[in-house]
Every structure is written in structure tokens, then in C-alpha cells.
Design a protein around this ligand. Structure first.
Ligand code: ADP
Length: 484
């Protein structure tokens, strides 16, 4: 049964610059495809260099007005945007499923999650961070205040086409910054639909812009411009590194949310039912394509066989299919390159001793499908343990002693998230202290929330999104010495 009777929602096929819907000056476009079927959905403009520069100029002009709009009014506009997204959540989720592939229920979940960032950052109290310092000659002669950073750019990935945008846009707008978003070329339609709602509720021209086109061209203009004061990027570590270098000449503020390689650790005293539930959520959500996805599973020797069997049983119950089918729980991979990478990693795992317990191959010819997979007895040197898989593949590594495991994990470059399942308080304290990551889930496979600081350390990047910390990324501190 299909839920949508093949009705395709209207897709905005123009970029949004300074309050106007625009085509490329030279009319060039970039096609967008449905990853579940390979079918072409439409196209977005491939904006030229001049149009990106014009957009930066417009965002700068808008900034000097927007920063003067009282905080409560800015937050009221964000609240109106939040309400309109909630009212349109089904249409937005359908667009998201069409271009990204995740099951409709998961897409609805993402739209709600995306909206929750706007609701969170629409709280004026988050900007209550000034101080009168008590160290001067008089009580009010040392003051600290904060100001918006200025024009900010966001370069976002395709795995969360809505949430990665709202969690970068909402804190910026609340703080008084203006924003230029470059969505991933695979998933621009969700971004444009969100911008359309922002325009409808009265967020002024130039405050939020969505530019589409060649990533390298747009990236170069945004990073080279001294008018752009901050870049927030979510994506691969390799691109993050090159963007950071490109921002060096203009010394931009940066938030980088890069690749993860989250270990999922199952200790000998873990509640195995909870661990399997956590594993399904942390590994197979979004077909394994999230940066906080559990990457490799490290399972204590004494419970290894039991956990492997229970996980395999559950994984075999997952339903692959196009996102418009209500029973579907796992969608396709985003594109052919992603499919090839997963295939290579599985081949490499087999060469490193891995035994396929389920899956281990493609599914269907059209679209980018890979079966949910469990591989046991994988050696820790395999690529799927050392690198981010970004697919529905769970390699299980055996461990004997947790101290040795912690030492092995410390040399990993990534430091985004980790999951630990244990009932022992001493173990919990040791893991929490010694895991070198930005976020730890204890007996929990789902950790994200608009109210908490999301982000990593080491090669997983810098800065935090969400929570109180999320707005600080868009504020500069100003100190005032005030003599009478
Ligand atoms: P992934 O490998 O997961 O697609 P990427 O880091 O390649 O991750 O992509 C994340 C975002 O970065 C996308 O919006 C993509 O278009 C953009 N991007 C990729 N390469 C560049 C580049 N050289 N300059 C600017 N943006 C880029």
C-alpha cells in the first residue's frame, strides 16, 4: 500500500535571495533525484559567482536592520516560523522523503525535530548573558555585553535536510545575525520549502537566504568574503578541513560538525534487550547515515554470541522499501557513491575475518539499496571499524578487557559520540571520563535534543549546536569600561 497515491508535492525550484525567488542569470540548473527510484524530481538553479556576491551584500545590508529588531520581536517571528512548519509538517515530510529517501514516519520525526530547534532558540531568555563585573572602582564601571556576529553562512549535508538547517539558522536569527544557507545538492527542496514558510511568516528579506549551485563555487565565495563573519558547516571531515583552511585568511568564526565513528560498547553486565533496542536506533536510523550513528559494536566476550544472535534476529525484521510505504523502517542510501563505499567496506570486513550473519549485499536494481547487515568476528583493523561506514552495516568486534578497549579507542581520530550499555556505576563513571568524545549515551541509543549541546572534539570538529551553547556560537563578547 502506498500512502500518497503518487501525488507529488509542489517543489520550489528557485533559490531564495534577498526575499526573491531567483533563477541563475545564465538559467543553468542542477537536477535532483529520488534515491529510492533513481527518478528525476526536478532541478534547482546553479547560481553564478555574481549572484552569490549579491546575496552576501544583501545579507549584510539586512544584518544592520535585523540586529536592531528587538529580541522579543525576532523571537516572535521565529515562533511564527515554528508554528507554520508544524502546520505544514506532513507536506514537508513528504518532500523530505522524496529527495532523501528516509521512511515517511522518520521524515515526520525529522520535521518535528527541526522545528524544535526553532522553538528552543525562540526563547528570549537564552540571550540573557550580559554582566556587570564587581571588580572596578564603582559597581557599574565594568560591563560585559554580547553582540551578533554578523552575516553567517551555513553549508549543510543531505542526511538531515531540515534539522541541520534549522539548528544553524534559528540561533543565528535569534542572536541578530543574518544567514546564507547552501543546502546539499541532493536535498535542496526541503531547504527551499522551509525558506518559503519563513518568508510567509514575515522574516524580512535578506535575513534568511538559500543559495543553490556548485558547492565549490559557492564555498569559495562564502569563505573568501570578509563580509561573511562566520561559517557553520556539517559534513565530512575532509571538506571541513578544507573549508577551515579557506576561512583562515579572513579569520572567520567556525562551527564544524564533522564525521563521527561512534563506538557502541556492550559490557558483560549490560541489559541485552535494552542494548539491542539501542543498537537498532543508533545504527539503522536513516539507514545508518547519521554522524552520531553507532559505527562499530564492541561486545564483551561473555555476552558476544548472545548479543550477536539477538541483534541479527532484530535486524532481519527491518523492512526495506520506499519511504511512502507505511511498514517500511529502512530507506535507501543517498547515492551510488555511498552504495559503492558500503560495498567496499563489507568486502574489506570479510577479508578481515568478518562473517556475514545477515544482509551483506545490494537489494533491488533501481535506487541505492543495501540490505541491513550484521557482521561478526570482525578484526578491529578493518576499515568498517576504523572509518565511518554511513550505511546499514553493523560490525561486531569482541573485547575482553575494558581498559584495553578504552586505550584502543583513544587513538581514533573522530570524537563525536559514544554509546555504552552497562548496569555498573563504576564502569559508567570510567567510560564517561575516559571516552574522548563530545557526547555519551549511557544505556541510550538516541541522544540528540534541541536543548542539549551537540558536537564533537578532535577530528569531529568544534563548536556546539543546540542548548544554551548553541546561541553563543553566534555572539561576540564586548567589554565596556564605563567612567562617569
Ligand atoms: P558527504 O560526503 O556526506 O556528502 P560533504 O562534506 O561532501 O559530505 O558535503 C556536505 C556539504 O558540503 C554539502 O552541502 C556539499 O555540497 C558541501 N561541499 C562539498 N564540497 C564542498 C566544497 N569544496 N566547498 C564547499 N562546500 C562543499
Amino acid at each position: 500500500m502506498q500512502m500518497f497515491h503518487n501525488e507529488i508535492p509542489q517543489l520550489r525550484q528557485q533559490a531564495y535571495v534577498n526575499g526573491e525567488w531567483v533563477d541563475a542569470f545564465d538559467k543553468s540548473t542542477q537536477s535532483v533525484f529520488n534515491p529510492a527510484t533513481g527518478e528525476r524530481l526536478g532541478a534547482v538553479p546553479q547560481l553564478g559567482v555574481q549572484q552569490i556576491d549579491d546575496c552576501i551584500e544583501a545579507a549584510e545590508a539586512a544584518f544592520y536592520h535585523w540586529r536592531e529588531v528587538p529580541v522579543r520581536e525576532r523571537c516572535a517571528l521565529l515562533t511564527a516560523w515554528f508554528n507554520s512548519i508544524k502546520a505544514e509538517r506532513k507536506r514537508l515530510a513528504r518532500i523530505l522523503t522524496l529527495e532523501q529517501g528516509k521512511p515517511y514516519a522518520e521524515a515526520l520525526g525529522e520535521i518535528d525535530y527541526a522545528a524544535s530547534y526553532i522553538q528552543w532558540f525562540a526563547q528570549p531568555a537564552l540571550l540573557d548573558i550580559g554582566a556587570a563585573l564587581p571588580y572596578g572602582q564603582q559597581p557599574l564601571d565594568m560591563l560585559v555585553t554580547s553582540e551578533p556576529v554578523g552575516v553567517c553562512a551555513a553549508i549543510t549535508p543531505w542526511n538531515f535536510p531540515a534539522a541541520m538547517i534549522t539548528r544553524k539558522v534559528a540561533p543565528a536569527l535569534a542572536a541578530g545575525c543574518t544567514k546564507i544557507v547552501k543546502p546539499a545538492p541532493d536535498t535542496p527542496f526541503t531547504a527551499l520549502a522551509l525558506a518559503e514558510l519563513a518568508a510567509q511568516v514575515g522574516i524580512p528579506a535578506g535575513v534568511l537566504n538559500v543559495v543553490t549551485g556548485d558547492a565549490q563555487v559557492i564555498g569559495e565565495r562564502l569563505t573568501q568574503s570578509s563580509r561573511v563573519r562566520k561559517l557553520s558547516f556539517t559534513g565530512s571531515t575532509a571538506v571541513g578541513r578544507s573549508l577551515m583552511a579557506a576561512c583562515a585568511p579572513t579569520l572567520k568564526r567556525l562551527s564544524l560538525e564533522l564525521g563521527g565513528n561512534a563506538p557502541f560498547i556492550v559490557c558483560a553486565d549490560a541489559d541485552l534487550d535494552a542494548a539491542v533496542d539501542g543498537a537498532i536506533a543508533a545504527k539503522f536510523r536513516n539507514a545508518g547515515q547519521t554522524c552520531v550513528c553507532a559505527n562499530a559494536f564492541y561486545v564483551a566476550d561473555s555476552v558476544y554470541d548472545d548479543f550477536a544472535q539477538r541483534l541479527t534476529d532484530r535486524v532481519q525484521q527491518l523492512q526495506l522499501g520506499t519511504g511512502d510505504q507505511p511498514e517500511v523502517t529502512v530507506g535507501p542510501l543517498i547515492n551510488r557513491a555511498a552504495l559503492h563505499k558500503v560495498e567496499q567496506m563489507v568486502t574489506d570486513a570479510i577479508q578481515h575475518g568478518g562473517e556475514i550473519r545477515c544482509g551483506g549485499k545490494r537489494w533491488r536494481d533501481h535506487g541505492n539499496w543495501y540490505l541491513p547487515t550484521v557482521i561478526t568476528e570482525v578484526d578491529a583493523s578493518a576499515r568498517c571499524v576504523q572509518e565511518e561506514i554511513f550505511g546499514p552495516v553493523a560490525p561486531l568486534v569482541r573485547f575482553i578487557d575494558s581498559s584495553t578497549l578504552l586505550q584502543q579507542l583513544r587513538v581514533q581520530h573522530a570524537g563525536l559520540a559514544a554509546y555504552v550499555f552497562t548496569q555498573n556505576l563504576e564502569q559508567i563513571q570510567r567510560f564517561v571520563r575516559q571516552l574522548e568524545v563530545g557526547m555519551v549515551g549511557i544505556n541510550s541509543g538516541l541522544i540528540s535534543d534541541a536543548a542539549v549541546p551537540f558536537g564533537g572534539i578532535k577530528a569531529s570538529g568544534m563548536g556546539r549546536e543546540g542548548g544554551r551553547q548553541g546561541i553563543e556560537e553566534y555572539l561576540e563578547t564586548k567589554y565596556i569600561k564605563l567612567n562617569n
